[in-house]
Design a protein around this ligand. Structure first.
Ligand code: FAD
Length: 490
């Protein structure tokens, strides 16, 4: 039979292994870490468990589809629940709202508590759904690098609607037009951070994101986010995929313009095709360094990174849910710090993810596992130790003000993740969470294709190539990639 080698067991690498195994390939995966999942892994500390990276789960059908492809019932292997409240929002002036998944209930809540006409929420979500309907078929499900994508009926339908699709204004400009209360502008601007972008620069097209969370829904895997990795890892092994851990690929071997295998610890492994799941910028610097460099794509600005404190908290806060946001008083200044100054604003928006709310065994009785995160610039060699110490103080002070508590005395365990560590652990260029940023109108076109145009039998998947970062898009990258590879005859 034919063989395929995959570099990296990020969620896209695992998805790619499943798709190729289903197509009849014998698949081997090489992973530098001692565990699968890349960014989608977990941390255990004392009696606490944390999902290490992603915390928000949308488009679960992208995971289920992989089980179905393999002829299995997804529910038997991977189970999840829909959230009634997608997020709890807090402001310094004491205002608080819950974002109900039920749009009418959310619109009512916003009208009662913030005085924003309910109709404005409904209109915003309708606009978001319009963008999704027109752009998802083009940008999420197909390669942008094939002429047929641009001449198909989906494309033709969209050309006349460029203005309504938000191509000519920024996300913030569009939201300022939609809402009266600056708190709603802030709430809807926050969706830019879902792919590490800046709402004051990114095109309003990214207002596509609220559609995913509200109209389609936000979910939580019953065994935690890490179960996305574990269940798909198990599925791939059931399909015969072989994994090599602690096996960093040193080079993609190219002969006569064709990828023929990889080099690991000085040993050659041969195959009919090679799929790279490693971040593209670092891939071209290392395993593809002898190959022609796509400079324009590699030099695009990267998305933001994160600073996370995994805290074990000896108290239950009843007002907190799975996802919580404590907003900055000056959102514009916060993004200027992240994207222009390369630094951290003194009053950052604090995100607290608490899986023990849905999965009580993640924390001891009466306690909570706080994944406490702020958005920070990607790694450009800043004085991180100093920035992190300041940010920790500012975050705790903010939490104390907003939740009226004394947090320091409640923290019983602590673990930290910062941009430097994200880069070391997953090979992500500059520790960016989502590959290139989407701050520029043309960003969607400036991601690497899912195949190499100069080297035969070399393919790409993962958050740094088309269609982009985040779990759903990374999973789709594996689908788009594998659509180029023919199914083998039995
Ligand atoms: P990665 O997870 O980047 O994994 C790549 C793998 O390749 C790694 O395991 C690495 O060790 C391996 N590798 C690299 N080089 C080599 C080599 N030379 N040889 C062998 N192996 C190699 N997404 C969401 O959808 N929702 C969220 O809420 C969310 N929040 C996030 C929060 C944080 C803190 C982070 C870090 C990310 C978040 N994301 C979120 C983004 C999401 O995690 C990523 O987009 C997605 O997991 C990327 O998957 P990937 O397949 O590209 O690979």
């Amino acid at each position: 039979g034919k063989t395929a080698l995959i570099i990296g067991s990020g969620i896209a690498g695992i998805a790619a292994s499943i798709r190729l195994a289903v197509k009849g390939y014998q698949v081997e995966v090489f992973e530098a870490n001692s565990f699968p999942g890349g960014k989608l892994s977990e941390i255990r500390k004392g009696k606490y468990r944390y999902d290490a990276g992603p915390s928000l789960f949308t488009l679960p059908e992208q995971v289920e589809e992989l089980f179905h492809l393999a002829g299995k019932k997804a529910k038997d292997h991977f189970d999840y629940q829909k959230l009634d409240v997608t997020c709890h929002y807090f402001w310094e002036d004491g205002k608080r709202i819950q974002a109900w998944a039920d749009i009418n209930r959310f619109a009512e809540e916003v009208e009662t508590k913030l005085g924003e006409p309910a109709g404005n929420i409904r209109k915003a979500l309708k606009d978001s759904s319009f963008i999704y309907k027109h752009l998802a078929p083009l940008f999420m499900h197909k390669s942008l690098h094939q002429l047929s994508t641009w001449t198909g009926t989906d494309a033709l339908k969209s050309y006349g609607k460029m203005g309504k699709l938000g191509i000519f204004s920024t996300m913030n400009q569009a939201n300022e037009k939609l809402f009266e209360n600056p708190k709603l502008v802030q709430l809807f601007n926050r969706y830019a951070t879902y792919n590490g972008s800046d709402p004051y620069q990114t095109p309003a097209t990214l207002n596509i994101i609220p559609h995913l969370e509200f109209n389609i829904g936000a979910y939580f895997p019953k065994k935690g986010m890490h179960d996305i990795t574990l269940s798909l890892f198990q599925l791939s092994k059931d399909l015969g995929v072989a994994y090599h851990f602690n096996s960093k690929v040193e080079e993609v071997i190219v002969e006569n313009g064709k990828a023929v295998g990889v080099m690991v610890s000085g040993k050659k492994y041969q195959a009919d095709l090679v799929v790279n799941n490693m971040d593209m910028v670092n891939a071209y610097k290392t395993i593809l360094k002898k190959q022609k460099q796509p400079k324009l794509l590699l030099n695009q600005p990267k998305s933001s990174s994160a600073l996370i404190f995994y805290w074990g908290i000896k108290k239950e806060f009843k007002e907190l849910g799975l996802h919580n946001i404590l907003f900055s008083e000056d959102y514009k200044a916060e993004f200027e710090y992240i994207f222009q100054k390369g630094s951290i604003y003194h009053d950052p928006t604090v995100y607290i993810n608490i899986t023990s709310v849905c999965k009580p065994d993640d924390a001891p009785e009466g306690c909570m596992n706080w994944f406490t995160m702020i958005n920070v610039p990607n790694n450009q060699g800043q004085e991180w130790d100093k920035l992190i110490a300041e940010a920790r103080e500012n975050m705790i002070a903010k939490i104390n003000r907003v939740l009226k508590t004394n947090l320091e005395s409640l923290i019983e365990v602590e673990e930290i993740l910062d941009p430097r560590l994200i880069e070391i652990k997953t090979s992500s260029a500059q520790g960016a969470l989502y590959g290139n940023s989407s701050n520029n109108k043309f960003a969607a076109f400036l991601r690497h294709a899912n195949y190499s145009s100069s080297i035969k039998n070399l393919y790409f998947c993962g958050g740094s190539v088309h269609p982009g970062g985040g779990i759903p898009l990374s999973l789709l990258s594996a689908k788009i990639m594998s659509d180029f590879i023919p199914k083998l005859e039995d």
